[in-house]
Ligand binder design. Sequence first.
Ligand SMILES: Nc1nc2c(ncn2[C@@H]2O[C@H](COP(=O)(O)OP(=O)(O)O)[C@@H](O)[C@H]2O)c(=O)[nH]1
Ligand SMILES: [Mg+2]
Length: 683
Amino acid sequence: MAQNGTRATGPRCIALVGPFQSGKTTLLEAILARTGAIQRQGTIEAENTVGDASKEARHHLMSVELSVASANFKGDTYTFVDCPGSVEFVHDMRAALPAVDAAVVVCELDEKKVPQLQLIMRELEAQKIPRFLFLNKVDKADSTIHDVLRVLQAASRGKLLVRQIPTFSGDIITGFVDLALERAFVYKEHAPSEVIPLEGDALDREKTARFSMLETLADHDDELMEQLLEDIQPPRDKVFDDLSKELREGLVCPVLFGSATRTNGVLRLMKALRHESPGVADTAKRLSVKSGQSVAYVLKTINTAHGGKMSVVRVLAGKIGDGATVTTADGQSGRVAAVFKLTGQNSEKRGAAEAGETVALGKLDHAKSGETLSDGAQPHAPIAKVAPHPPVLSIAVAAKERKDDVKLGQALAKLLEEDPSISVVHNAEAHEVVLWGQGEMQLRVATERLADRFGIATVSHKPTVGYRETIKKGIVQRGRHKKQSGGHGQYGDVVLDIKPLPRGSGFSFSEEIKGGVVPRNYIPSVEEGVIDALKHGPLGFPVVDVAAKLIDGSYHTVDSSDMAFQLAGRLAIHDGLPQCQPVLLEPIYQVEIVCPSEATAKMNALMSGRRGQILGFDTREGWDGWDVVRVQMPESEIGDLIVEVRSATAGVGSFTFKFDHMAELMGRTADQIVAARKAAAAA
Ligand SMILES: Nc1nc2c(ncn2[C@@H]2O[C@H](COP(=O)(O)OP(=O)(O)O)[C@@H](O)[C@H]2O)c(=O)[nH]1
Ligand SMILES: [Mg+2]
């Protein structure tokens, strides 16, 4: 076939992305089977696919991390990166995308999945990744191309370009016409499609659909526009050139279709990739990779169960082999222990990797997911910086056995290197290690990995909320510490004027001692005692927004000491506060929820169930059909908010939050919190 002369050559790296359950992992399997990389095509149901082979993925029957496998097709290697579709694992996709040549967006014709598809398309558009759309599961579909465009175009800013039209037998799609080739194919199950004559009704439909494909291409090509206006048939090569060029520039997103389970449409997809997808030279240019140095990008780093670390990298320039010294963007060097070819969970040693190849490098200590590596000691600027989405859910984890505490910290550090969309916060006050992440499943998988890969059994629970307490009125309170025990006694005596302060003021200490009734040198000790007593107020929480003024007291020349005055200060607070109408304070956050507009009304109901206060609605800037809802909400209610936001938005709603203020909390809820705290302290 004499197709365009600008076809990229060499190894390609292609991301398989798309909504959850659209068939990405199955499509990878179909590609591997069709190209002969594997003997038999496995299925998700039989749990024998190349992708999703990790223990956690098999257990949950879903992709929980990316998998990589390569196929040879007509002399070139294509490495596919099967990215998880779940929003909770989306960072794996986002961090892998910079280094791929193109993405195949696998989707179904399902209106409910359009918002998810839109999120993914946005990411591809933002990162300027050339993209094809593969409409999967046509074995179940009877949709026309008209339906496809009506439903799916909403998800894409770039124009969807129909490259194929389905042909039917009754209601069932039995084949397709390729509009660029102008050829008709009929599907054969698990075998290449067969070319059939293009005639009759199919030919008429082909003419119409081809014309509209050419019109779309002509939007960005004046010469083609003129040819169309003058009714001149453009040469086939020109059409292929345009397809390829406009794909690479992200102007159009060609739509192909098929069935991954039946291996239909797979060869056409491979051919489209071969002829139209850019290669490593274009990708290196997109990423401003400097020449004269070997450069690789870490799509993902994985700490395997056997202790070895593997970094999946794409070599963007030069060559990286066993024993090479490579340096991270921040200047940390390490030696490549081995180069592997990956097929899902299987790795096989191989020789050096050349520009374009996607391989795993062994035991690179400093490599994190998203890292840029270069050979020698000279760092290369990071070629991409994909900031993880802010976390939305947290759990507190602890090692089941004390002896694993140190190991837990080390293992968590490794999980964070692999997936920076998880973070760890140490809550010193509550003695908790809090894991923050993108959702329940992601954090559950993280704790499973702690067990499976690092042998650490953990227990997890809801993180402690940062309650505080304060007082509503003041008091003047004496605190006297006096002990006569044989020889040396202890004596400290203070009078404190205790007063509430405005919200957010914290704590202040002052003194107004006249005539040296409390000697200067003891005053700091009084303050220390006060501060110490405020750590646990009468309700059991740290006390804030309180002023204590030392106004009187007495001392003893022999028995007074720092310790005695500390105790006196503590006593005054301890005895005084219960009489000051203590009240619980709870942290209130400002929360910004983003959701498709259809779901905005549901947020109202959701908020009233969670003591949230809606401050306002807005349209989301740059996001047609989306809203921003601003609310104030107690920290305790944010804990699992994401679960409800997602269920009200087909999984796509999200939020960010920041601390706003502390608010008084009274009544039953407050009583329960105080009782729970007392019970916990007694336990
Ligand atoms: N009928 C039909 N089912 C499919 C097809 N491709 C995938 N599936 C099924 O869709 C489900 C999700 O597939 P999977 O590959 O795990 O989707 P992923 O989440 O996108 O990786 C599985 O039950 C597959 O067997 C297809 O072409 N036709
Ligand atoms: Mg999958």
